[in-house]
Ligand binder design. Sequence first.
Ligand SMILES: Nc1ncnc2c1ncn2[C@@H]1O[C@H](COP(=O)(O)OP(=O)(O)OP(=O)(O)O)[C@@H](O)[C@H]1O
Length: 638
Amino acid sequence: METSIDWGDEIWASSIWMAWVSAVSLVGVLVIGFLLARFTAWGQQFWRLGGGFFTDKRTRVLAWGLIVALLVLALLGVRLTVLLSYWSNDLYTSLQNGAEALAKGDRAARDIAETAFWRAIWLFILLAGLHVVRTLIEIYVGSAFEIKFRTWMTEHVTTDWLGDRAFYRNRFVGQTDSKGDPQLQAGVDNPDQRVQEDIETVATQTRQLVFSSNGSSTNGVIPAIVTVVSFTKILWDLSGPMTLFGTDIPRAMVFLVMAFVLIATVVAFWIGRPLIYLTFLQERLAANFRYALIRIRDGAENIAFYRGEGVERSGLMFRFTAIVGNFWQIVYRTLKFTSWNFSITQASVIVPYVVQAPRFFAGSIKLGDVSQTSSAFGNLHDSLSFFRDSYPTFTGYRASLIRLDGLEDANVRSRSLTEIRTGDTPAVAPNTVTLDGVSISTPDGGRLVDDLSLGLRGGDALVIKGRSGAGKTTLLRGLAGMWPYVDGEFVRPSGTDTLFLSQVPYIPLGDLRTVVAYPARPDAVSDDELKAVLQRVLLGHLTERLDEEEDWAKVLSPGEQQRVAFARVLLTRPRVVFMDEATSAVDEGLEYTLYSLLRTELPDTVVVSVSHRSTTDQHHTKLLQLVGGGEWTLTDIG
Ligand SMILES: Nc1ncnc2c1ncn2[C@@H]1O[C@H](COP(=O)(O)OP(=O)(O)OP(=O)(O)O)[C@@H](O)[C@H]1O
């Protein structure tokens, strides 16, 4: 019996098809990818964020290997779908032939039809088996792509964000416009969400939007385009002329589906466009809400002391109400979008039957042809509809790209902010510090320190004093390269030889070993050293708890935290240490002990302290007084 295609030859034919189409698609991916990365805002944003994955020496072989594998798998999926459509033609034709033979009582024809039917069943088992295996491999390779791409982007974004103190200094750059669209203020809010959620979205959806093919209905752009081409050919062969407004249109079905989907897509884009902004806003509002929750967790003790639950609750509900308001906007927009999209999809079910019915009833085509027409139309329609159907996914993808690009932009701008000019101390006098013409101001131009010049040598100790708000901490920020409203030159030992301690010591997550060793890695310091140093700063009771994981910032008292900070100085043994009110939470006796320890253990270290207390003076040799309005005085302490 005749089949719709020569199945015996099909392995060969399909292999040639795969080779050809893979090569053409790969070239297509490269050309279209290049054009998108060059000429569209979101393409540029994608390339800036993830392009390195495809060009970096360490990852490019893997990246392109995965791309090619995904491409071949997606095309195999398309090919199998095409073959299944021929298979269904054969199945229905065998059934129809059987029915006709039965009606005529023709036993021989009936036997031929039955054999054809069972052959079709075996063929299906083979094709379906292949389909299952292909799908499993695709899931594995696709997931590998997502994980590798996500890992690369996470490394890239966190390195960029943490580099050159951009994570601190980007508070000074403010909002940034996303390319050409003032509504999408990318800004620098909630970097945590960008690193965790937005990168995941980009990794997952790059794969899904480009390659994903889940068999019968394709949902990635490449399978969609290849399906369109494949099924256009089938539909072309099957479709007959149609008379429209008195004119005969040959191959009407093909043109019909193209025109149908084109109009539907343009209208869908037009209706769906506001979803980009709404999704973008949704992410920001959700992140703000989560951040407010985290703040409550972090500030739990303070809030509980203040009995601030009421204010917190209304603050939370205020943020949550904004989410709900925006959510309804998304719902209304989605309703409009879906009412259009879904109606179009429903209409597409009957169109092929309606169009082929006259030819079927005229006897010029068979039931198998009608069935294949409908499945080819369905496949073609689904694939052509890829762009309109995946628009909501695309809006989320764009929102994430905009947010990640905004972060990169802010990092770049943070790096271009002014920084104090720094130099390394000469090797002949390693324990020295020189400030030359250092001026510091506030963001709105208020003078804090004007033209400060001084030099300190090994063993010198300077205490900085001044009324609250005079600029003591900001002077240290300026010297540490964090404050951009600064001028002058600062010569100091490089790297960890110059150490800055902030007023509230930073306590990282992890066990106590990690806390005490910070900023060194926990494995860089031996347990004996850690225990000895804890003893010396009068934290002997903690020596047995080095392995304990706790939220140490909440467990240790402020005074204990300040002693941990002194322990870090003794471990790091810097040549210069700047300390901002490092003993404000301990009593005067303990302050005396800690400073004495510092001076005896590190006698050649230059110590610079910010302090309000007069008891600190005795440990210092010089006094820098910030008077206000940029004025200062420098005196020796007797
Ligand atoms: N990010 C900022 N934006 C604007 N102004 C700031 C910022 N940080 C600090 N300031 C202002 O700079 C001035 C100096 O602040 P700084 O913290 O250096 O004072 P301080 O002398 O250390 O005060 P205290 O003794 O209370 O710790 C203050 O008026 C403060 O409000």
